[in-house]
Design a protein around this ligand. Structure first.
Ligand code: KG4
Ligand code: ZN
Length: 530
């Protein structure tokens, strides 16, 4: 071990993992992670306030355990590193506050670093075997981010090639997991059930992979249209008790995500002449993503690096080793007034640089659009990107908006409806935390519709139709409250129901008058009395 290398303690609290890592230069000494995932499970997603509170509670113990495992005295530490962004604002603040406190108390320099660059820097850890060679392309995919980076230099040469324009890949996994009735987080669950499924069974859409997307969204991602397509498909054909069906849908969805992620990542490598690809983030644990990445990397002669899972997901070691690299390069520490920045571009490895006040306004707009030429000369990539088409169960892209939208695109009405359906069941923190989601049945609109038809059909028969018509209206209104209910079916059912009631009542009233009765009898609508 190089005793001259700086001993750095790194703190990571950008999402739901409280982590402290300790490195000496590029040598990993300790990496302790405590996750608050269990506390978020019942909400079906990370609740920022819960995450922040969990960081406060976990920090002292995680810190102590990291110091114990590293076998160092805290006074020996040369620098304190911390994730300053991007991430959840409240969660980041806990880490930044803790790091500043330690730096002040121990009189050590503070290095506020970029979480995304940390995911790549983890490859510097010598315990990983091979040295990180640059340039490299990095694909970072987690519940919070989906970024494709070109790394020419870790400190000064990170270029954002593309990002998601809507949902992060892990977020899509979690939401689709919820649609399929799997527990949170959906990613590992989908990975597990997909093992028994057929990835080619359903051709779900591959967002931003059409030829027209190549000019502006070649390296961007969109998973919202895919999520909506799966939810819509499930709404129409799903059966929560059919495990084989769940497996096929999970496998087909997973394949769609893996296909797009790996095709764009390998495309970035070959288009930039960079034969190295680094994967990072929780989704890099996905078996299909790994398999497809390995296969395509081998095909294209790209050296693929995937850190072990403990260093793939959020951790303090990656933050510590990035700071150690900054120190090795002679970079000045961050200012003590550096604040947490929830949205910050990966192009800034260090935040709050003492000599650099740019970082005061690092809340960056979406990255510049990609302008390199499309990969027409790469049939294998184009072939994969264009796979969905004739056999696709995809909704019309113009309906879901998932395929051809600009950076600041608005979700379509259907996407909002699906999103509401998936996330609307999550109680907010202020609501009762233990409230169970109300089960609602997707078949209700169809029942309502059938009753409406029955009501109309029977309504001339002396108002008999009033009963199914009233039932049609009642069930229609219940179905209307269901976010996954197809609006058109509910509307038609309600119109039929009200019409049935109206006609039944009118027929009932007029039939009571002798003349109309006689007319109705002669028209065959009523049986003659007696
Ligand atoms: O990096 P991470 O642990 O935390 C952050 O989001 O920052 O990533 C968590 C995400 C979740 O969305 C989870 O569903 C996803 O990674 N994930 C997976 C798998 N394991 C975790 N997604 C797909 N397949 C997996 N095996
Ligand atoms: Zn991360």
């Amino acid at each position: 071990m190089n005793r001259d290398a700086p001993l750095v303690l790194g703190i990571e609290t950008s999402c739901d993992e409280t982590s402290v890592g300790i490195v000496r230069g590029d040598q990993l000494l300790a990496n302790v992670v405590s996750s608050s995932m269990e506390q978020h499970r019942r909400f079906g997603g990370v609740v920022p306030e819960v995450a922040a509170r969990a960081h406060v509670e976990a920090m002292p113990q995680v810190l102590q355990e990291a110091i114990d495992r590293a076998g160092v005295a805290v006074e020996e530490v040369d620098a304190i590193a911390v994730t300053a962004g991007p991430g959840l604002a409240g969660a980041l603040m806990v880490g930044v506050g803790a790091a500043k406190g330690l730096a002040q108390a121990l009189d050590k320099p503070l290095y506020a670093v970029n979480h995304l660059v940390g995911h790549v820097a983890v490859e510097l850890l010598r315990s990983e075997g091979r040295e990180l060679e640059l340039p490299a392309v990095a694909l970072l995919v987690s519940g919070g981010h989906t970024s494709l980076l070109l790394i020419r230099d870790l400190v000064d040469g990170v270029e954002v090639l593309g990002e998601t324009i809507d949902d992060a890949a892990g977020e899509a996994f979690d939401k689709v997991g919820r649609v399929l009735g799997l527990s949170y987080p959906g990613g590992p669950e989908i990975d597990r059930v997909a093992l028994a499924g057929d990835p080619d069974k359903y051709a779900f859409p591959r967002g931003l992979t059409q030829h027209k997307d190549q000019s502006t969204h070649r390296y961007n991602f969109s998973f919202s249209g895919l999520k909506t397509a799966v939810a819509r498909w499930w709404e129409a054909h799903g059966d929560p008790s059919d495990e084989a069906l769940i497996a096929d849908v999970a496998a087909s969805f997973q394949d769609a995500v893996a296909d797009v992620l790996t095709a764009k990542a390998i495309d970035a490598c070959t288009a930039h002449g960079v034969p190295r690809l680094v994967l990072g983030g929780g989704v890099a644990a996905n078996s299909r993503v790994r398999a497809l990445a390995e296969q395509r990397a081998t095909d294209q002669g790209v050296d693929l690096r995937i850190p072990p899972l403990s260093l793939c997901t959020d951790n303090g070691a990656m933050i510590a080793v990035l700071a150690a690299e900054l120190i090795r390069r002679g970079q000045a520490p961050s200012r003590m007034d550096t604040s947490a920045q929830s949205s910050v571009s990966a192009q800034y490895a260090q935040l709050g640089r003492g000599d650099d006040h740019r970082t005061d306004s690092l809340d960056v707009p979406p990255h510049p659009a990609e302008t390199t030429d499309p990969p027409e000369d790469r049939p294998e990539i184009m072939d994969s990107l264009n796979r969905w088409g004739a056999t696709s169960v995809a909704p019309d892209p113009s309906e879901t908006g998932g395929d051809d939208q600009g950076d600041a695109r608005k979700p379509s009405e259907d996407e909002e409806r699906i999103d509401e359906a998936i996330t609307g069941l999550q109680p907010t923190v202020s609501a009762s935390a233990t409230r169970a989601p109300t089960p609602k049945s997707p078949w209700l609109p169809n029942v309502s519709f059938s009753l409406g038809v029955l009501g109309i059909a029977l309504s001339p028969a002396l108002g008999v139709g009033v009963i199914p018509a009233i039932l049609a209206v009642l069930t229609g209104h219940i179905a209307k409250a269901h976010p996954l209910a197809r609006k058109s079916t509910v509307m038609v059912a309600l119109v039929l129901g009200y019409l049935g009631i109206a006609v039944s009542i009118v027929v009932g009233i007029v039939a009571a008058t002798p003349l109309v009765r006689a007319l109705l009898v002669s028209a065959g609508f009523l049986l003659p009395e007696g």
